[in-house]
Design a protein around this ligand. Sequence first.
Ligand SMILES: [Zn+2]
Length: 713
Amino acid sequence: MECLRVKLYTPTGIFKNPLSIKGIEVYPLPPYSTIIGLIYRAMGRKWNREYFQISIQGDYQAIYRDYVWFRGDSLGDKEDKLPLQVPILYSLELLVHVKAENGLLEDIERALKEPKELLFLSGGEYPVKVQEVKRVKCLEKFISEENCIKLNYNAYIQRELLENVGTSDKGILFSLSYFYKNSQKPKTYSWIDAYYFQKGTEIYGSLIFDEDNNPVFLAEPTTEELKKSEGEEYVRFYAGNWLMASACVGVLKVLENAGEDIEKYVEEKSLTLPEELWQRLPELYAEYLLKDAEHTLRASYEKEKDKSKFNPYNVIILRSLGDFYENSPFTNPALRYITKLKGVSIEDINQVKNQVKSSFIEGYEYFLSKAVETSQTCFFCHERQAKNFVDATSFTPLFASIEKRRNLFWDLIPICKECEFLLYFASAGFYRSAGKYLFVYVPDDLLETYRLNLILSTEKKIEQEKLGRVWSVVRYVLDLEKQKSSWVLQNIYFVEIEKVGNNPANIYSFHISPNLAKAIRKLIDHYPKNLQDIFSEFLFYIYTGRSLYEFLFLLLSGFIRKDSYKNLQGGTIESKIVQAGRNMKYISQNLLFFINFQEVLNMNTQKDYTNWAFWAGRELKKLYKENESTQKKLEPLTYRLLEAIRRKDKEYFIHNLIRAYLEVEKEIPYLFKEALDDKNFSMIAYAFLIGLNSEEKSKEEQANDEGENSESA
Ligand SMILES: [Zn+2]
């Protein structure tokens, strides 16, 4: 057999799908459709239903996260650009094999050698370099388990191929787009289930190799619709993105509440419900929402002055679903089956609950009756026919500002009735606290996602603050580290949805980078015990990627300028940190923790300067204290140095240091001149300032400050 082998190189690549908001959804290699798109751009024409097979492998040097500016169209206000954080594959090399009938293969070969257009991979800023286009002979060989080979590249291997192939780890399942089925907008694709294996994975069985011994994993696309086989009585969902995953987690919570053994319905990323259970789901959902409703109902009935206005449906259902599904069949308070509960008597609470439940079921029937004719397949399950397009009723936060931010979405997203109803469970999947909703997404495993989100909602009282919960999930994730591939770890996300006002919502996501994991593991036990009160604020800084030097600046400002912050109020993160600084009675060496932590994040290896600068500061303080006239000058010096740090003004800092050392008739230590460059400025300046303001403490006091923190964290 002959294939065309193509080697491509691009400095940067981002591969995403229509829900890739805030970098939540990306692929470690381009999906098949991206490569097909590139081939046809090279040929200067459109795909005309030709059939061919592709194998995709590749390697990248690093993943980094960067802000990409999306242009918002028709923006009336000043905010005309929207920064989104996306993971970018840096220095990406692709090894692609194409198998097709000879005529087509010749066309592709010619086109890639002399493309008709400049070639880009989606999201990349730079053109793709075609490094090699070569015909290669391919042969099938059997490799025994003892003689297994190691993958030299990361690779996609189609699920069906794995029937004859063994691997040392189980890989990560992705559903990947292949050929498109219609070229009009919105485009719909045929999809392939493929596992992603990282390079180094051992592999054996029936394998195809090219003439240079590269394994080739040709995927076999189906151009046919994926049809359910006759008599199959299941409804299947695919948690391939955070939105669907949160909906599946919501369903699992509802089923657990109904006493179901949920594990049997989950396999990797998919949720498969027997038809009979699916039929009962609206009822089970109503029961879930109504559990513990008695107290809420009675309390809000008491509060209602005009009893004829009391509506138990709004108290239970609207309150739970309203933030996520504005104006939907389940939440629009003007709908007949909702208004009819207005003014019901609360006397028989079970009867009230039944009335709410049956209104909810009526809502479901109304929901089913609203369908649009489309010829497209559902984007979410890739198998059922779409009957609608996702809009603000099915998940408001995504679409609340769609008028302004239309560019966040490629096209309309077609959805089937089953998946659309499933989205109504997302609100049960998110953990809710003080106007914010939080969800943890693990890209390869639905049960794991479910468990992590349970941790989020069942933590003990003491850790009830939102970031405390996130923290317990982080600890759990760190424990997982050895079992999971690094791709998964780098792609665990926290999705936070914040309601701002009635309609709009902000969606944030943050992830645990390898550097952050390293810093947490190495250093978290040294977090200053006397600053427990602002541990959440500290976590906020590191999760959101803000500099701990900023954190330290606020803390030191609070300590050094106690008087100017006397009347400080407000519960912002910044003011809490300044307050904590004000409350410190003295400063000790334990504050170097923040510097060390930041420098691990910065991957700076010259951390020795921290201690040195601290002791230089301590030494200078001692010299100042020896004599009354200089003692008074210590405070103004501190102010000036803090100001220099704030301005990041290295010259001003050094100028003040030289003067300070002259004051005590010393020469400025040589190391300052040598080490105080741009890269090390913050590290050295802060460490010095901490030293200059620190006190020598007894052993006992120090032990109190610097004890182990793993428990209390
Ligand atoms: Zn669907």
